[in-house]
Design a protein around this ligand. Structure first.
Ligand code: HEC
Ligand code: HEC
Ligand code: HEC
Ligand code: HEC
Ligand code: HEC
Ligand code: HEC
Ligand code: HEC
Length: 378
């Protein structure tokens, strides 16, 4: 018990500043944690496995579910007769699969979409490893996460597999959400996100500042989405501080809503044909948003008109984004196809396109280094 008290105290001290430490939890939750915050607390199951009963109060306090408290998901636990010996837990996996059903109470939409996914199908077919809700989101530390972070936590090895058929797969993984290809039946969009080209990372809005949306709203006077001129004005405003590093926009292919990321199909159905994106009028390019990364990592989005991708007024705004076929300049697209046909091969083909697009868009050679390792963000 002594070490337990020390642990808790250290945790409280480090998180107290944010007001998010375990001590900010409700009294009811603290009661549960009196027992369940103990390190190494576990239950031995009849099949020889150990079910950990340890819950990190700190992590829970920082999760999206802090407000619903332990009772939000464990309403069945009644302290009058708890702990009683629960004997119906046959294995850790069975417990996990059954408990994940509680998520449904509040997230029916996500639940229904996930039902038809490849992971849920494999589970029904008896897979002992296919993930349930908590496999991807966790149970006590649920927080907003990008598809990239989520998928790669289990499928890091798959990144390499894409290189066999997808040129510059690293770049594609940065600018195309995993779910945009693996949930092929869902509609996509282009999210133009504010990007710091010097530091090579996405720009975040500070907690409590909430300026981006207000600014976009005031510039979009007629309320019909930002047109090319308005987008240019928005960027001018964002870059008003001449001393700060210039911010530009980088496009990402994403699903229109995060919840649709659950509609994952079998890999044989995943988007593979290049012309899903690299074609004039391709589907993802019909819906555009402009966004900034919010303080919690979720994007704050504002609608834009699709003309922003093709207008000559956008050349400056979109320096960091050129998806062959999807954005401006047919000349480059034709050239791209020709180099492929000529059998020069993709590597030379796209380097040429890169080089030309930089020149065409008037980029200084000093900035021609490509997107090396920006932090992935949605
Ligand atoms: C006095 C200590 C104590 C307190 C307080 C306590 N628990 Fe438990 N809890 C236990 C023990 C011991 C077990 C293992 C019981 C067993 O052997 O099945 C357990 C098991 C559990 C389990 C896993 C088994 C199951 O039934 O699913 C959950 C979930 C759980 N507790 C939630 C809670 C919640 C929520 C609270 C607060 C409302 C709480 N506990 C308060 C001691 C405690
Ligand atoms: C958002 C829903 C949710 C909330 C809120 C929640 N739990 Fe859980 N809890 C779960 C799920 C789901 C599992 C099963 C996890 C697994 O093993 O896959 C679980 C499992 C447990 C277990 C069994 C051991 C384990 O970790 O698997 C204990 C004990 C427990 N919860 C206690 C708590 C306590 C204490 C709180 C409040 C501080 C809490 N839970 C809040 C969903 C929740
Ligand atoms: C009692 C209702 C309730 C239950 C049960 C519940 N949640 Fe939630 N969940 C919420 C609420 C409320 C929010 C919104 C919090 C916010 O927007 O800040 C939320 C938000 C989320 C988010 C959104 C994070 C994001 O990207 O915005 C995820 C993911 C999530 N829950 C997963 C789960 C999982 C997994 C379970 C089961 C282990 C579960 N929830 C069980 C109420 C619940
Ligand atoms: C294969 C991994 C995976 C599984 C399994 C999974 N999710 Fe998700 N979930 C995700 C991803 C990825 C996102 C979207 C992140 C984003 O916004 O791009 C997400 C988003 C969510 C959100 C936020 C939706 C929103 O409106 O932004 C909720 C709520 C949620 N999931 C609940 C659940 C529930 C409930 C289950 C089980 C029925 C579940 N998830 C199963 C990966 C998964
Ligand atoms: C918690 C770990 C986990 C997460 C997170 C996860 N998966 Fe999976 N995924 C699996 C497992 C395990 C299998 C294999 C299931 C089986 O075959 O029984 C699988 C299978 C797949 C397959 C089929 C692979 C094949 O060889 O047939 C694809 C495609 C896939 N997942 C895509 C995704 C995508 C996209 C995401 C993110 C939205 C994701 N997964 C998130 C664990 C995970
Ligand atoms: C441009 C579309 C696209 C993107 C982006 C994409 N994938 Fe894929 N992925 C595919 C296609 C198509 C296949 C099937 C390739 C084949 O076998 O022909 C595949 C195969 C897979 C497989 C099975 C690998 C294997 O060895 O057979 C997994 C797992 C997977 N992807 C996960 C991911 C994850 C995780 C991400 C995000 C980091 C991602 N994919 C991004 C299109 C994409
Ligand atoms: C889901 C949409 C999508 C699919 C499918 C897709 N791409 Fe891309 N691709 C993009 C986007 C978006 C970019 C723009 C990257 C940027 O400029 O930031 C891009 C960039 C490129 C580039 C330029 C790379 C560089 O180094 O500048 C080449 C070449 C390319 N794609 C070829 C292909 C080929 C060949 C295929 C089919 C095997 C393919 N792409 C499939 C979305 C896609």
């Amino acid at each position: 018990m002594v070490s337990l008290a020390l642990c808790a105290a250290a945790g409280v001290a480090s998180a107290a500043a944010a007001g998010n430490g375990a001590d900010s939890l409700s009294d009811a939750d603290k009661t549960c944690l009196q027992c369940h915050a103990q390190e190494g607390f576990k239950k031995d199951l009849a099949n020889g496995e150990a079910l950990s009963l340890h819950v990190q109060g700190e992590a829970f306090a920082g999760s999206v579910h802090k407000a619903i408290g332990c009772a939000g998901c464990h309403g069945d636990v009644d302290l009058k007769n708890h702990p009683g010996a629960t004997s119906n837990i046959r294995s850790v996996r069975q417990y996990s699969v059954e408990r994940a059903d509680t998520c449904r109470q509040c997230h029916e939409d996500a639940f229904k979409q996930h039902e038809g996914s490849l992971h849920a199908t494999r589970l029904r077919q008896g897979s002992p490893v296919a993930p349930v809700c908590t496999g991807c989101h966790g149970s006590h530390s649920v927080s907003p996460k990008t598809a990239y972070e989520t998928c790669v936590s289990c499928h890091a090895a798959a990144l390499g597999a894409h290189q066999k058929w997808l040129p510059n797969a690293t770049l594609h993984h940065e600018v195309v959400s995993c779910a945009a290809c693996h949930a092929p039946t869902v509609l996509r969009m282009i999210d133009l996100r504010l990007y710091d080209g010097v530091a090579k990372r996405w720009v975040s809005e500070q907690e409590g500042q909430a300026q981006f949306e207000k600014l976009a709203r005031s510039i979009d006077a007629d309320g019909n989405g930002l047109d090319p001129r308005e987008l240019r004005n928005l960027l001018k405003e964002v870059n008003r501080d001449a001393a700060a590093p210039p911010k530009t926009l980088r496009g990402r292919v994403e699903l229109r809503t995060g919840v649709e990321a659950h509609q994952l199909s079998d890999k044989a159905q995943a988007l593979k044909a290049c012309d899903n994106c690299h074609r004039d009028g391709a589907e993802p390019f019909q819906n555009i948003t402009v966004s900034i990364t919010g303080p919690d990592g979720r994007p704050i989005r504002y609608r834009a008109q699709k003309e922003v991708l093709t207008s000559v007024l956008s050349v400056d705004s979109l320096r960091e984004f050129y998806a062959i076929g999807g954005t401006r300049s047919r000349f480059l697209d034709i050239l791209f196809v020709l180099t492929l046909l000529a059998g020069i091969g993709v590597p030379i083909g796209h380097m040429t396109v890169r080089w030309l697009s930089r020149r065409y868009l008037g980029k200084g050679s000093g900035q021609s280094a490509t997107h090396d390792s920006p932090d992935r963000n949605r």
